[in-house]
Design a protein around this ligand. Structure first.
Ligand SMILES: NC(=O)c1ccc[n+]([C@@H]2O[C@H](COP(=O)([O-])OP(=O)(O)OC[C@H]3O[C@@H](n4cnc5c(N)ncnc54)[C@H](O)[C@@H]3O)[C@@H](O)[C@H]2O)c1
Length: 252
């Protein structure tokens, strides 16, 4: 059931919308009246998100996008503007990760994790900013506790999310005088399909792995989506350059 609330009349782009936090964010924003451009590399699951939104009376279109590919991002932005109009908010949720001892990490994994998490976020911001500057709007990036503190066996993931934190702050300052807000959320462990990508090395240290645990257990995708929607809506209209931890106190 659509409650025309904080996102009525707005166009929201949500990456990673086929799963986990992205799907929860797309559904929350559409449920509050936003027209959602749902972006992901995974076609079939993306269509499920769109079907769930439209069957509840909301508006959403699926736009297959590889956020790490500049051409894919550019053509998706054109398609979004043609189908829904220029975006008012962009939620950069798509991400990947993997545990590895740094001494054994594959270069391709390093490139891919940085390419999706950091370069993908940059490319989406760069493509959306001209529209946000023309029409007003904001960006919410998804970082991680891994962007705020060291985590074992996660050099590429930590580097990529630390990069997202600083990218968010750099853009917030750059566009401070032009009315475009850029914020990020930093979730702790969320029980989503992504956890399947994080198989600890067989000899992982239990003491070091314990550092990853949020004291109150997993955060839910809905709890993270609520923080994203808060920042993306006018509820957060004086907030920019903030990194909002949603981690049950892990980084407190
Ligand atoms: N799950 C966690 O514990 C956790 C904790 C902190 C932060 N995060 C971050 O939250 C975000 C969402 O993660 P999730 O837990 O929902 O994971 P998920 O695996 O459920 O969803 C990630 C989505 O990103 C999509 N994706 C991957 N590569 C892509 C690409 N190149 N282009 C477009 N889409 C792509 C996937 O297809 C998938 O649908 C990620 O940025 C992740 O790093 C997750």
């Amino acid at each position: 059931m659509v409650d025309v609330g904080r996102f009525g009349g707005r166009v929201a782009v949500v990456t990673g919308a086929a799963s986990g936090l992205g799907r929860a964010t797309a559904k929350l924003i559409a449920g509050e009246g936003g027209a959602v451009a749902a972006l992901d590399i995974s076609d079939k699951a993306l269509q499920t998100t769109v079907d769930e939104i439209t069957s509840a009376g909301g508006t959403a279109v699926a736009v297959r996008t590889d956020v790490s590919d500049p051409d894919s991002v550019a053509s998706s932005m054109k398609e979004i503007v043609a189908q829904l109009g220029p975006p008012n908010t962009v939620c950069n949720v798509a991400g990947i990760g993997k545990f590895a001892h740094t001494t054994e990490a594959a270069f391709d994994d390093w490139q891919r994790i940085l390419g999706v998490n950091l370069t993908g976020t940059f490319l989406m911001c760069q493509a959306a900013l001209p529209h946000l500057l023309d029409n007003g709007g904001n960006i919410v990036n998804v970082a991680s506790t891994a962007g705020l503190m060291g985590q074992p066996y996660s050099a590429a993931y930590c580097a990529s999310k630390g990069g997202v934190v600083q990218l968010t702050k750099a853009l917030a300052v750059e566009y401070l005088e032009r009315g475009v807000r850029i914020n990020a959320v930093a979730p702790g462990g969320v029980d989503t399909p992504m956890l399947g990508q994080f198989a600890p090395p067989p000899d992982a240290s239990k003491r070091l792995m314990a550092k990853l645990m949020t004291p109150f257990g997993f955060v839910t995708p809905d709890q993270v989506a609520k923080a994203i929607a808060f920042l993306a809506s006018d509820d957060g209209d004086y907030i920019t350059g903030a990194i909002v931890s949603v981690d049950g106190g892990l980084t407190a």
